[in-house]
Design a protein around this ligand. Sequence first.
Ligand SMILES: [Zn+2]
Ligand SMILES: [Zn+2]
Length: 160
Amino acid sequence: MPDEIHQGGCLCGAVRYRTAGPALRTLACHCRFCQQMTGTTSYANSVFPIDSVVFTGMLSVYDHRSENSGKAVHLHFCPKCGTTVTLTFERWPEYRAISRGTFDDPDWVDIVAHIWTESAQSGVMLPAGVDCFERARVELDGTPNTPIRHAAPVPARRGH
Ligand SMILES: [Zn+2]
Ligand SMILES: [Zn+2]
């Protein structure tokens, strides 16, 4: 459905957006950056071509230097309420990530993979039947990693 439209925005409503077309992928990331950025256990986000999302309202930007890749990750957040609505990436300038929780209906899209599960917090469960990667889906040199699919939900951290 090339003309499918989804909408969302920040907590206070000053920033709104519309996405056109399907998400390229929707991931839940358990890396320490995502934990600190969100202040919680993980960051679920949908990746879109950068031109497929139109915003209204003003976003502020914080630039974070990734320890893993050495490249900048740009956090775009509402200056009024602080919601991080979207990320852009020095490494992938043609894409942006939309924070799944900011969609008016986050359930329109399914999480297809959990990544960086090796740093998942204690108490976090990984679902059955979804690709789980201990680290990134793809190494910095482009080598794809092999996912694990669990038959039943499992704690992300064994022994916790
Ligand atoms: Zn806001
Ligand atoms: Zn992450």
